[in-house]
Design a protein around this ligand. Structure first.
Ligand SMILES: Cc1cc2nc3c(=O)[nH]c(=O)nc-3n(C[C@H](O)[C@H](O)[C@H](O)COP(=O)(O)OP(=O)(O)OC[C@H]3O[C@@H](n4cnc5c(N)ncnc54)[C@H](O)[C@@H]3O)c2cc1C
Length: 445
């Protein structure tokens, strides 16, 4: 038996590939339907690559050897001899399943950077705006500003516009000129031109103009301040504009979800852009025997890379051969993923956006002033000590949202670069999802 955790593009491709030789597969996901973040749906998937989604969905539902366990959140994994015991919460009960092999495809979540008003009603991530639309059919507002960095802003802005929102601003923080550094990646992935053309047409249809080198530097009471920024993300103070809007959807790329692999003990490394990811080999094998990891958890690279990584992981875990063309496809997609990192970097200048009163850790309500004080007055020299002084990152989300930002703010204040050890430590947590002591005490079903 192989347990695949995560039913996004990577997990679906892994389960489908592994099922080709009849391997027994349990596909576990916390959502009610398969699809993950990209293909989150209420029946049918719309938009770019929807054909690929339909194909995979129908293969998964017709494969007799795949059992889909939905609305099940894995909160821990234990090793029992040669087996892995996967503990999950479903419908208010705790259950578990054992298997010899695991494929982890737990994806990523939006990265947020703090600015004055990022914690106010009406401010959210593009992923949240899109999840509400795709998952529940809810439009977050009539007038929406979409901002941040990365190609993900395009499907969000056009998706909201297609559903009736007026996109009153679409702001990319980086310059398109950066793509000149990666022309080879575009030539190796010509399909990306078609995707660009697809979104370009939608922007034209909805009269949305994409503006570069700009960021939402504050938001309050329906007014967003949009500032021109330089390549380090420092605000050019003389150049700003007020935009009236119901919602600002601001996102800064993605952070891989490392929790389950971290619990199992899979080795991690720090990527060239400072993001902690899992170290895997050419067949997606992690450092732990019989654990494969695929998709965004091994590096942010988009749905195409997740799909090929998932397929390779599924083939490898079920002892099927992997053709050289699949290995080459993975390399091509990785080259494109590296181009994304070069084209959409996050400049350190964002650390000048928060005011002293701006909240940095929302769960524990820790402000910029308190983080600064922990360094300048209390002598914290690293983020771990700053966290102990302020409780930043110790709340319900366990630092998922703020820990990287806190490390980088402390690094900026102490003029010391954040170490790989610090980055890895702040990306890991011992429990994947909250579980009540009552449920733990009652035991498993
Ligand atoms: C909010 C959001 C929206 C996105 N929308 C787009 C888009 O419109 N277009 C685009 O090109 N890219 C989009 N992306 C990027 C996109 O996620 C990836 O390119 C692609 O979906 C990654 O696939 P994946 O299989 O690695 O992970 P995901 O698609 O993220 O799938 C991971 C799955 O694992 C499940 N999971 C995680 N932890 C657990 C657990 N403990 N227990 C049970 N299940 C678990 C999650 O519920 C999820 O379904 C989006 C990313 C995010 C975060």
């Amino acid at each position: 038996m192989i347990i695949v955790i995560g039913a996004g593009p990577a997990g679906l491709a892994a389960a489908e590939a592994a099922s080709r030789n009849g391997s027994d597969i349990a596909l576990i996901d916390s959502s009610p339907r398969v699809g993950g973040q990209y293909w989150r749906n209420r029946g049918t998937v719309k938009g770019y690559r929807s054909g690929r989604a339909d194909q995979l969905f129908s293969k998964i539902s017709s494969a007799k050897s795949i059992t889909h366990i939905s609305e099940a959140t894995v909160w821990s994994i234990e090793k029992e001899g040669d087996l892995f015991r996967v503990n999950y919460l479903q419908g208010g009960e705790e259950s578990s399943l054992t298997a010899e092999k695991l494929i982890l495809a737990t994806g990523a979540y939006d990265r947020s950077l703090p600015f004055p008003g990022w914690d106010k009603p009406g401010s959210m991530t593009p992923g949240a705006a899109q999840a509400m639309l795709k998952g529940s059919g809810v439009l977050v507002g009539k007038r929406v500003v979409v901002a941040g960095t990365g190609p993900f802003l395009l499907p969000v802005a056009t998706g909201l516009a297609e559903s009736g929102a007026e996109i009153v601003g679409l702001y990319e923080a980086n310059s398109p000129i950066r793509w000149l550094l990666s022309l080879h990646a575009l030539l190796l992935n010509p399909g990306k031109f078609a995707e660009l053309f697809y979104y370009g047409n939608l922007l034209k249809r909805f009269k949305i103009s994409l503006k570069f080198n700009r960021a939402v530097s504050s938001f309050a009471d329906g007014s967003a301040t949009v500032s021109h920024i330089n390549s380090h993300f420092m605000v050019k103070s003389q150049r700003e504009k007020i935009v009236h809007t119901d919602v600002v959807a601001v996102g800064w790329g993605f952070l891989p979800d490392l929790t389950l692999g971290g619990i199992v003990g899979c080795a991690q490394r720090v990527d060239s852009d400072g993001t902690t990811i899992f170290a895997v080999d050419g067949e997606q094998r992690s450092s732990v025997e019989n654990v494969w990891i695929a998709g965004e958890a091994t590096g942010i690279g988009g749905a195409d890379l997740s799909l090929i990584e998932g397929e390779i992981a599924g083939l490898s875990a079920s002892s099927q051969s992997i053709s050289p063309s699949k290995r080459f496809t993975r390399i091509r997609k990785e080259i494109f993923a590296n181009a994304l990192k070069r084209s959409y970097p996050i400049g350190d200048g964002w650390q000048s956006w928060p005011q002293e009163s701006t909240t940095i850790c929302r769960c524990e309500e820790v402000t910029m002033h308190e983080i600064r004080e922990s360094v300048t007055e209390l002598g914290a020299e690293d983020s771990r000590t700053a966290k102990l002084f302020t409780r930043a990152g110790m709340g319900l989300c366990q630092g998922r949202v703020c820990s990287r930002n806190v490390s980088e703010i402390v690094g900026g204040l102490t003029h010391c670069s954040v170490t790989d050890g610090e980055r890895i430590a702040s990306s890991n947590r011992p429990i994947a999802s909250p579980i009540s002591l009552g449920l733990l005490g009652d035991g498993k079903k």
